[in-house]
Ligand binder design. Sequence first.
Ligand code: ADP
Length: 527
Amino acid sequence: MADLFSRFRHPGAGHGSYKGFILALDQGTTSTRAIVFDARGAVVSVSQLEHRQIFPRPGWVEHDPEEIRLNARRVIADAVARADIGTEDIAALGITNQRETTVIWDRETGEPVYNAIVWQDTRTTPICDELEAAGDGDLFRERTGLPVSTYFAGPTIRWILDNVPGVRERAERGELAMGTMDTWIIWELTRSTRHSGRPTRGRQPRARHVTDVTNASRTMLMDIRTRQWDPELCERLGIPMSLLPEIISSSEVIDKVQRSGPVHGVPIAGILGDQQAATFGQACTEPGEAKCTYGTGNFLLLNTGTEPKTSEHGLITTVAYQLGDAPAVYALEGSVAVTGSLVQWLRDNLGFFDDSSQIEGLARSVDDNGGCVVVPAFSGLLAPRWVPDARGVIVGLTRYVTKAHISRAALEATAFQTREVVAAMNADAGVPLTRLRADGGMVVNSLLMQFQADQLGVPVTVPEVAETTALGAAYAAGLAVGFFTDVAEIRSLWQEKETYMPNASEEDRDAAFSLWNKAVERSVGWA
Ligand code: ADP
């Protein structure tokens, strides 16, 4: 691979630069990956390392920030080596990250005061309940675009301040810094001293303490309109503002990677939260354009333009991206908790097949779902229904139903849940979606993609470059350094691999969907 690509060493020629490559770092929930892209947005090399998932108690999920820090350096070095290029060939580094996962560390030593608390962690439920009970729910929703939830960083920061000895006092003395994983990695890569980041007598280390608008929009602390930290919200959560990073745009030169970094001197020039990065990587840069990532769960984002839109239909308002000084672009977001993980559940818990890819053959071995419907409400239902007390059901069982029917129904469940979120987006936007761009691990399943197009009644398109998340970060960084000229160039680089056209009659698709709705009723109120 390296040999093959080294022949195309400088495809950036014509951009007036010999630096023909962009590096993206994707710090995800299960792994950290570095990907080298060329000037056409094609993948040149990939390096990936998983990290430990730490479960100290039921409902608690943590990551070791030191492990992630080291993994980030290792995958960067490895991806560059695999691409057979030198640091001098890399125009910029872009960062994308698992959103909401939060770490607090000492500004002098760089040592975390506690593990990173992951977005899946539910330990802040009492803090969230307290906010709601105090009647603050509407304030947070109105000001930040977010519902009060354990997902977001604000309640997590509060928990660390309240529960880790000495942390509140140190925070109040201004000794600590907080960040999501973008912030943590950039602090690490821009520290000028080799080991501890310890300042030389009275001077702070020159590490940059920044986050971008998309990550900041997931904290419950940022005013979605001004895109600044909101003192009143920080006060309500009891969070000293000295902890918080500077909010910057998604595409600007932040600093060069310092001596201690594996790609010394390369400018770090872009940050996007993972779902926003995928949206940008899918070139959803015009209002009305939307993408859905089909992974463990599904994440839909709809570009709504330069004004934040408040959802009346159970969606979240979020920043999609901001390119330098240009106006910020907003999105409506809807998440479905269980999609690909239902496939894993059929594989691991029911033993229907050995590999996720086998579900398609099994589901295709029958003509339809045999009358059964699966509602995978394993931990309630998220957007747009928000029903915490729902639990999973398989209904419509008869002696006729086989594991092939259930597998088919499981794939259909992904499409039905996605249809519900799209319907909410259409209702909020007032203009119906005309096409959905799909990415993520499940899009290789053409039965699912076709069923999705049928259910939505609009074409579903899978792009040529499946690595949309890392690609989005690469685009953001490349734009900041002039490697890519403008958004028009990004749009021209997006290429479709396959489009699934809807071909079910309206009658058929609605009949299937009304059965789904009936099944959802059976799942509600169980817990
Ligand atoms: P994540 O980024 O959330 O970890 P991925 O985008 O890698 O997830 O997608 C992995 C998910 O896709 C898994 O839950 C897996 O069960 C599912 N998956 C993988 N291959 C297929 C397939 N051929 N059909 C349906 N689902 C699949």
